[in-house]
Design a protein around this ligand. Structure first.
Ligand code: NDP
Length: 419
């Protein structure tokens, strides 16, 4: 039996919480702590009575390490699942270290204020040394390796779908299907339609920062950076059909590139419709994606945060989104002296997710793996002092849990490859 603390109470958290409560044989106690406690109370109200998990709630500002450490100490959970924002990763890791508790998240650290001179200095050095310019990277959290090791604590980074499941797929392919993997193409297809001309499926600020950044991929251990949306391919996805997809920088490329150095090329593609791209380009051209505050009528406004306030709340997309997602990885390589290629993927239906937990598939495909990562760490199945990504543990229990908890996967031999 495990006691879990979840930080954050947005789209992804609401699915992770619903799944924790379904898995009440493992999670007998749950604390939901977030900035707006009324959201935690509303979820508690909805779920208690349907689960044996004892739910409590608390208000917390996860940027405040002292207050957070005190709350973690008081509740004494087996693990803390961070499904707040990537901005809080480091403060929550600090609090977990101080309180002596394992840590799990779904997205790697990026700063809220990208104009902070101390952060910028390190960022610009990294851009030059490594050759990619995304605002997020693993170095900040990998820096905690020794501290977590010495404390005997596990930090599991990026246990969402991508990153998360995609890296587990890579570990599974390596363990069961290949002697050597030569290439990995991660394909993230959302064939869902919410009926709006423009909306984002998860936190708009994080989402728009990610997709408006230059694209990059790894070739022979080196980053190759290209202008945003400049590499385009079409792919025929099961359950969705033909879709345009674009090469993006994505965090699992960095972790897989480090942990599987024998892989010669790692790329990430995401599908976008023309309307999304047109809106994004226009918003970028007029400065609405900027994170630098502007003064408007005597008030400081951060354009991308103001835009977030105008866009539909991702949590409200559930009832109106129809269609499917298809996310997976194509691997090529060698097995027993012969060339081999496989595609491991999951197809998820937006409306099925909504019927089950009241959320669309993007939150669902992130919240389920977040619960699974928390379960494997809290029950000691994935326990190793230090800071690790999901490709660094035995993939088998995670793959079994995906089938059991709502994200069944398939393996296709000889799939169509991406040029
Ligand atoms: P939301 O914006 O819907 O939710 C974020 C939640 O965190 C909100 O409840 C918010 O509080 C809370 N929060 C924000 N700041 C603080 C703070 N300082 N202290 C306490 N709570 C805080 O985001 P999503 O649910 O869409 O995303 C959650 C995470 O999942 C993000 O890190 C995102 O990058 C990641 N993600 C990962 C994916 C993957 O596949 N790996 C895919 C999609 C998302 P309030 O309610 O007051 O706003």
């Amino acid at each position: 039996m495990s006691r879990l603390m979840i930080i954050g109470c947005g789209g992804v958290a609401s699915v992770a919480i619903a799944k924790v409560c379904q898995n009440d044989e493992v999670f007998d106690e749950l604390l939901i702590a977030s900035r707006t406690v009324s959201k935690c109370d509303a979820i508690k109200e909805k779920l208690q009575g349907q689960t044996k998990t004892k739910i409590t709630t608390a208000q917390i500002d996860a940027d405040d390490v002292e207050a957070l450490t005190a709350l973690i100490r008081e509740y004494a959970p087996d693990a803390v699942l961070n499904v707040a924002l990537p901005y809080q990763d480091l403060t929550i890791m600090d609090a977990c270290l101080a309180a002596g508790v394992d840590y799990i998240d779904t997205a790697n650290y990026e700063p809220e204020d990208t104009d902070d001179p101390a952060w910028r200095e390190i960022y610009e050095k990294r851009c030059k040394e490594l050759g990619f310019s995304a605002y997020f990277d693993y170095s900040w959290q990998w820096n905690y390796q020794e501290r977590f090791k010495e404390a005997g604590l596990t930090a599991l980074l990026g246990s969402g779908f991508d990153p998360g499941v995609t890296s587990v797929f890579a570990a599974y392919a390596k363990k069961h299907y290949f002697d050597t993997i030569d290439t990995i193409d991660i394909l993230d297809c959302n064939g869902g339609d919410h009926g709006y001309a423009f909306a984002t499926n998860f936190n708009p600020e994080i989402n728009l920062r990610e997709v408006s950044a230059p694209g990059s991929y790894m070739e022979n251990g080196k980053w190759v950076e290209v202008p945003a949306m400049s590499i385009h391919r079409e792919y025929d996805f099961e359950g969705v059909g033909k879709k345009d997809m674009y090469l993006l920088h994505h965090e699992e490329i960095e972790a897989l590139g480090r942990n599987m150095p024998e892989v010669k090329r790692i790329r990430f593609f995401m599908t976008f419709g023309q309307s999304y791209l047109d809106h994004m380009r226009c918003l970028e051209d007029v400065g609405m994606l900027s994170t630098t505050p502007v003064n408007y009528n005597g008030q400081e406004i951060v354009p991308i945060q103001f835009l977030k306030a105008l866009l539909p709340d991702p949590a409200s997309l559930g009832p109106r989104t129809v269609g499917k997602t298809n996310i997976g990885c194509i691997f090529t390589g060698m097995k027993d002296g012969k060339k081999r290629s496989i595609y491991i993927y999951n197809v998820c239906d937006h409306q099925e997710c909504y019927k089950e937990v009241g959320s669309q598939a993007i939150s669902y495909t992130t919240g389920v793996p977040a619960m699974i990562g928390a379960m494997l760490v809290a029950t000691g199945q994935w326990k190793n002092p230090g800071v690790y990504t999901t490709d660094e543990f035995d993939p088998d229990p995670y793959m079994e849990a995906l089938n059991r908890w709502g994200l069944p996967w398939k393996v296709e031999e000889n799939p169509a490859l991406v040029e």
